[in-house]
Unconditional design. Sequence first.
Length: 345
Amino acid sequence: MDHKTVAKCIIHFLSDFAQKAGGSDSMELALDVITEAFDVTLEESVDAPSVEHGLPAVIEAGLKALKNGEDRAPASHKLPADKTFEDFLELLKERNYFGDAQPGSEDYTQKMESAREKYEGRYGKAEETQDRQPTSAELSLAEQKKAEGNTALAEGKFNEAVGKYTEAIELNPSSAIYYCNRAAAYLRLRQPNEAVADCREGLKRDPTYVKGYNRLGSALCEIGKYQEAIDDGFQKALNIDPANQAAIDGLNKAKTMLPQTGGSQGAGAPGGNPLGGNMDLGALFNNPDLVNMAQQAMQNPALASMAQNLMQNPGALGGLANMFGSAFGGGAGGGGQGQGGEQQN
C-alpha cells in the first residue's frame, strides 16, 4: 500500500469523525495539512480501503495478522503443543541418534545432554521461568527450600536434599548456589555426571562462584577427568581467589592422579617398579643368592601362600623387597625413606 492510499484512509477517517463529533478548528486544520502534504482531496478519500470496514477495523485486523505471524513457527521447528522432551527423544531414537551408545555410558550421557540442549534451543523449556523475575515471596520460599536441603544433606538424606534444592531452583532458577548445592547432593549419591551438569548450569549464572568451580573439579575427578578438573575447576577457582585452600588442595590432588610423564616412573607405570620405591629390580633379581633363595622358598607351601598374599598387597611387597635389597647389596632406597622416599599416586 502506497503512502497516498494510507493518507486517503486517514483523511476519510478524520472527515467522518469530524462530522459525527460536530467538527472543530483543530480537526479542520489536520485535514488541510494532510491533504496538502500528500496532494489528495477530500473527495478522493471516498475510494480509500477503509471506507467499507472503517480504519479502526482495518488496523485491528492488521495487528492481529502480525501477531499471528510472530506466533507461527516453521513446521520443522515446532512440536505439537502436547509434545514433551520424551517425545523429542523418541524422534531422535527413530533416527538412530544414540547409535550403539548404551544407557549409563559416558557416550550416552553426553548425547543425552546434547539432545536436551537442542530441544531447549529449538522449542524452549516447557517450564521456562527465567524470563520473569521471581517475586519476593518466591525468593523467600526458595531460600527456605535451600535451608531444608542443607539440613537434609547434613543428615545424610541425600535424595531428599536433591528434591529440596530442585524446588528452590524452580522458584528461583537464576541462583548459582542452588545448582551447586544440588551438585553436592548428587556427589553424595555417587551421581557425578549429574553433579557436573549442575555445576556447569550454576556457573553459567555466576561465573565468579568459586565454590562452584571447586565442586565441578571434584565431580570431574569422580569420573576420572583429572585434567578437565584442573582446567575447568580448580584452576579457575584459583584465578578468582588465589588463596582458596579448597582449590589448592583439589588442584594438588588432581595433579597426583594424572598419568605420570617423564621423571622417575611410579608403581604400575610401564617399565616402572611394580613394587614402588627407587630400587633397581634388575640388579636385585640378577643376584644369584636371592634367586636361589626364592626358588627354594617357593617349594614350601606355606611360603608360597605367603608370597601370594604379598602379591595382593603391593605395600608390604615393596617393604619386603627393600629388605632383601639391603641384605643382598641391592640398590634399594636408604633407610628412613619408607617405600622409596616418594609418595605413591
